[in-house]
Design a protein around this ligand. Structure first.
Ligand code: THU
Length: 138
């Protein structure tokens, strides 16, 4: 699908903006809204460590803060800085929880090694039985 190719390309491009002087692991993400808009992110680390934020959450928070609320897919690519990834970079648990807040189980998570090597999951596969707003409305 052409839109997914564009998304994968945007995620790969974002790795160069990553600020990762501590882990030297650079991550890029590109989030596709249901309206067809793309929001990008990279990981941003901090000397105090815990303020570090993942590429995926940067992309989500940029989108939410711009008024987007409905999402279709996210492409994620990560690996050692200045190297091509030799593995898929799956989202951490915190990022899966953020996805769960704004997306349904059918939301697509595209793990990217390179333009020709991707693996697609949906959120329900990566976060089964997640805690969400429905738990609080009972
Ligand atoms: N990281 C991400 O940005 N996304 C992921 O899916 C996994 C981990 C970042 C956080 C930290 O800056 C570095 O990668 C190493 O954990």
């Amino acid at each position: 699908m052409k839109k997914y190719q564009e998304l994968v390309h945007a995620a790969i491009k974002m790795r160069k903006y990553s600020y990762a002087p501590y882990s030297h692991f650079t991550v890029g993400a590109a989030l596709l809204s249901k309206d067809g808009n793309i929001f990008t992110g990279c990981n941003i680390e901090n000397a105090a460590y815990s303020p570090t934020i993942c590429a995926e959450r940067v992309a989500f928070f940029k989108a939410i803060s711009e008024g987007e609320k409905e999402f279709e897919a996210i492409a994620i690519v990560g690996g050692k800085e200045n190297e091509k990834p030799n593995d898929y970079c799956a989202p951490c648990g915190v990022c899966r929880q953020v996805m769960n807040e704004f997306c349904d189980g059918n939301f697509k998570i595209i793990l990217v090694k390179n333009e020709n090597d991707i693996s697609i999951y949906n959120l329900l596969e990566l976060l089964p039985k997640g805690f969400g707003s429905h738990n609080l409305s009972k």
